[in-house]
Ligand binder design. Sequence first.
Ligand code: PDD
Length: 277
Amino acid sequence: MDYVLIKNEFVRKDQAYIDFYDRGYYFGDGIYEVIRVYNGIPFLWEEHFERLQRSARELDLEFSQPVDDMKKNILSLIAKNNLQNGIVYFQITRGEQERNHLYPRTLSSVLTAFTKEDDSPVSLQENGISLWALDDIRWLRCDIKTINLLGNVMAKRKAEDEGCHEALQHRGNIVTEGSSTNVYLVKDGTIYTHPANHYILNGITRLFIKQLASEEGISFQEEAFTLEDIPAAEEMFISSTSHELVPVTKIKGSVTKKLAIGPITRRLQKAFASAEN
Ligand code: PDD
C-alpha cells in the first residue's frame, strides 16, 4: 500500500483525509505540479519548483513551510513508495477556512502529494495521436498552474467523445494548447508554438524541447500559429510531463488534417530519450 503526503505526514493511502473546509475543495484555490520520475530520480525537479513558486506569487498564496522542507518531504515520499518510473503529483491549497470568497493572509497552506507508477506512453509516441480542435473557453491566466481546471477538463472530455486522444484549443483562429499539453507545428523545417504568455501554461517539457531543438540546430519560434496554418503543416506534435513528446497524425473538429510523423519529431524524441537516461 502506497503512502501519500498530507501536510508533513506520510499516511497510508486508504487512511488519508482532507479537511472539509479546504479552500481547494470550494474554490479550486490551489496550485500543483506533476514531475516525472525516471529510475527513482525526479526529472527537471528545480524547474518545476520554480514554476510552482511563480504560480504561488501570482495568486498571492503564501506557503506555510519553506520550499526546501516541501522538497525534502516529496523526495521522501518517492523513496518511501519506492517509485522507480512514474509521476509524483503534489498540490498546495491556500488553507482551511469556512467558505468565504475573501481569504485572510493568515491561513496555513496545505501540501498533499501522491506518487503513481506510470511508464512512458511508448505506443502513443510511436504511432501518434488525434486531436479535436475546439474553442478555448478558459480564463485569461492559463500561465498559472492552478488546480482549477474545468475548461481543460471539458475540452478533454469532448476530445474523447469525438474519438480523439487530446484537445487542440484555439482562441479565435489562434491555436493555444491542448487540455494538458503544449502543441507544436512544423513548417519549412521550423517549429512554431504559442509564446509563453497568459494564454498558455509554459510547460517544463516545452522549455526542455526548446533547449533540445537548439542543441539539434532546429529553428524554434515562440510564435503563435493559426487554424489556417494547419493544412500546410509538415509535422505536429504535443508535449507534457506525462506524454513527453507525442506526434499528431490527425486533427478533426474546427479544422481537418492528416499528418505523417516527420523527421523533426523523431529527432527530438530521440534526443529526449537519451536525456532521460
Ligand atoms: N499537465 N498545458 C497544460 C494546460 C497543462 O496542464 C500541462 C501539464 C502542460 C504541459 O506542461 P509540462 O510540460 O510542465 O507537464 C501544458 C500536467 C502534466 C497535468 O495536468 O497532468
